[in-house]
Design a binder for this molecule. Structure first.
Ligand code: NAP
Length: 299
């Protein structure tokens, strides 16, 4: 099977490499120049259209506008060969997933929404959780390709938007967990309880989940290198807000974490890990200025 890959950022490069390691021939395109040494075995191509000359194409670009520009505006769907299945693994909006499904259908192409859970190190180890949704034949066609990328593929139905809504809900809840831990630290450090001891307590009793394990470690170590960049997390909180607005609902905790991330990004912390919002909350006052000076290990 000929595989195309569009977007060799932190996530895409790790995923493309795992496809190569699984024995696939992968032709990949990235907007800016990629060092061949960082993706050994991947064939780098000049144009996104070259990567689209395939039986299956993965897209791991940052957001809706990037996919619109690279795939739709460039007319790649009209030029794709019949039978091609396009797997969009980026975190995109629910509305855009619906639009992509409709446009692929009209072009006679398969479409699968397959957003992922897991940071670049998890992608590199081929242990992502993949949320896949699309027509049964399209999902079946690409399922063997998802295997070397993932610890599990969670099939959530034929409506692609389901996978995207589930992914946005997951990220929204992780952001809330990060903020919840930070607010716990504010209360407990005020009476001299070390944050590592507080986290040992909550992980061992009430909150023994992966998000709590992973992000409590970052908050304890005051280590905010990405990981998942705050600017991309803000994009996701905005997409979750759009999805809730579409159904006429306001989600107050979502509003709070989105505003925290917005403050981080507008304050110049967009390239830090999204858990930087915990540092801002713990520091209080003008959390942005204080986090900017104090991130990378300094209390
Ligand atoms: P990243 O490292 O910032 O990579 C973004 C990719 O998109 C790069 O290849 C970039 O190309 C490309 N791109 C952006 N705008 C473009 C445009 N207008 N035209 C062409 N290419 C464009 O981001 P990432 O962390 O890999 O994330 C990719 C997606 O995965 C996002 O949707 C993110 O929300 C999702 N995700 C990320 C994580 C994580 O922990 N990082 C986890 C799960 C899901 P250049 O190299 O030229 O800039």
């Amino acid at each position: 099977m000929r595989i195309g890959f569009i977007g060799l950022g932190s996530m895409g490069s790790a995923m493309a490499l795992n496809l190569v390691k699984a024995g696939h021939d992968v032709r990949a395109w990235n907007r800016s120049k990629v060092d061949q040494g960082s993706v050994p075995g991947v064939t780098l191509v000049e144009r996104a259209a070259d990567a689209f000359e395939a039986d299956a194409v993965f897209t791991m670009l940052s957001d809706d506008p990037a996919i619109r520009e690279v795939i739709l505006d460039a007319g790649l769907l009209a030029r794709a060969q019949p039978g091609l299945t396009h797997v969009v693994t980026s975190t995109i909006s629910v509305a855009f997933a619906r639009e992509l499904a409709r446009l692929h259908d009209a072009a006679g192409l398969g479409y699968v929404s397959a957003p992922v859970l897991g940071r670049p190190n998890v992608a590199a180890s081929g242990r992502l959780n993949i949320l896949a949704a699309g027509k049964a034949d399209a999902v079946a066609a690409i399922e063997p390709l998802l295997a070397p990328l993932s610890r599990k593929v969670w099939k959530v139905g034929e409506n692609p938007a389901r996978a995207n809504a589930a992914k946005l809900a997951c990220n929204m809840m992780i952001a809330m967990a990060i903020e919840a831990m930070a607010e716990g630290v504010v209360l407990t450090e005020s009476v001299g309880l070390d944050r590592a001891d507080f986290f040992a307590l909550i992980l061992g009793t009430l909150f023994s989940g992966r998000a709590y394990e992973s992000y409590s470690a970052q908050i304890t170590e005051r280590s905010f290198e990405p990981g998942f960049k705050a600017r991309l997390a803000l994009k996701d909180m905005r997409l979750a807000t759009e999805a809730s607005n579409e159904i006429g609902r306001t989600l107050p905790m979502l509003d709070a974490v989105r505003e925290g991330l917005s403050k981080a990004v507008s304050g110049g912390l967009g390239e830090k890990d999204w858990s930087i919002i915990a540092d801002m909350t713990v520091r209080g006052g003008d959390g942005v200025a204080s986090s900017k000076n104090g991130a990378e290990g300094k209390p």
